[in-house]
Ligand binder design. Structure first.
Ligand code: KG4
Ligand code: ZN
Length: 346
């Protein structure tokens, strides 16, 4: 495709390397995905029970050129046919982010292309624009991943208001810790979901935290401690941790997460007069959680949105979607763009 043939089309090469996925994608006008290549490092980290930052950075360096080359060729594009480069610059692991940022800067410099630094959480939210071409702001969105749990009001394509956030563990982090405690290993989310499927969600009454200062904030450390106490007292009674116990703990824990989320979402729909609700982030792959939130939203007459799992987990197409709207809004970064591991969502 020659540039002169393009009709109002912005082709973006996007890069994501904030944690343990090395990813690159090519998108058109933020919503059409020409390619979405993800190299997951999960197997490398599984033996350590979690992501090891140094290993992640090293693997990103090894893989990034290969992943970008594949993203371009799958899309039938080259570095000469793209219009801009978007890259996640935070939040995330600093060494991992730096690999993507340095790569994007090198391409932008060599090819004289605009460079757009993208907020990782905005990327997760924007995955919904890819899945639902008709979706437009304003809407509510719950971003739940291994590092974040944010309930946001998406005011327009580039501006967000944070309504609530976790005070301690992120939802995905809680899933991972519970999985480890009941001996399911890493990554915990899908394993806890599977175990919960065969368990009794009311076998144990784990707490649903309430935060007085902000009823939209989340806290998952209480439920995590309650689960650990239950496991310890079970062991002290000399009882064996068998599949039934594991499944019941997983289901009861998951029910506590579901109830906390549904309660806040329904309350926010009322208070902010929103009838559109979207989910995002790795935890949004959870089918039981999706079904419960869909039911809660639809019982209020609202519309429920949630991207397919491949767009929920870390990927670069979502960064292309967010990058496109930042680009339209005039955002351009210089070659001094840096990785910001603790980047906040204003
Ligand atoms: O968005 P993501 O891929 O990476 C981050 O930005 O953190 O999310 C990864 C997190 C992990 O904590 C993982 O356990 C969790 O999402 N996760 C799940 C499920 N699949 C992944 N949590 C609950 N149920 C799942 N099916
Ligand atoms: Zn993420």
């Amino acid at each position: 495709m020659k540039k002169t043939q393009k009709m109002e089309q912005t082709v973006i090469l996007s890069i994501e390397s904030s944690c343990d996925e090395t990813a690159a994608a090519v998108t058109v006008n933020g919503r059409q995905v020409l390619s979405n290549v993800i190299y997951s490092q999960i197997d490398l980290h599984t033996i350590y029970g979690g992501v090891v930052p140094e290993i992640a950075s090293r693997k990103h360096i090894e893989k990034i050129n290969q992943v970008i080359r594949k993203a371009l060729s799958d899309a039938g594009q080259t570095l000469d046919t793209i219009d801009a480069v978007a890259v996640t610059y935070g939040p995330g692991l600093v060494g991992a982010l730096l690999v993507g940022v340095a790569e994007a800067k090198a391409i932008a410099y060599a090819k004289h292309l605009p460079l757009i630094g993208v907020h990782h959480i905005k990327g997760h939210v924007c995955a919904n624009y890819i899945e639902y071409p008709e979706l437009e702001p304003p809407f509510l969105c719950l971003v739940a991943s291994g590092g974040h749990t944010h309930l946001v009001r998406v005011d327009d394509h580039t501006h967000y208001t944070v309504i609530g956030r976790t005070r301690d563990d992120a939802a995905g982090e809680a899933y991972d810790k519970i999985a480890r405690a009941i001996g399911l290993g890493y990554p915990g989310g899908p394993k806890v979901e599977k175990a919960a499927h065969d368990g009794d969600a009311h076998a144990f009454e784990f707490p649903r935290a309430k935060i007085d200062e902000n009823p939209y904030d989340f806290s998952f450390s209480g439920v995590k401690s309650a689960v650990l106490n239950t496991i310890n007292s079970y062991k002290m009674k000399g009882m064996e941790i068998d599949d039934k116990f594991r499944n019941d703990v997983a289901a009861s824990f998951q029910q506590s997460v579901i109830d906390s989320m549904c309660e806040r979402v329904v309350m926010a729909m009322d208070e902010f007069q929103m009838d559109k609700f979207a989910m995002a982030g790795g935890v949004a792959s959870n089918q039981t959680l999706r079904a419960a939130l869909k039911e809660a939203v639809e019982s209020k007459g609202g519309t429920f949105y949630c991207p397919k799992p491949i767009l929920c987990t870390d990927n670069a197409a979502m960064i292309g979607a967010a990058g496109y709207y930042e680009y339209l809004n005039g955002k351009r970064d210089g070659l001094d763009l840096n990785a910001v591991p603790g980047l906040k969502l204003e």
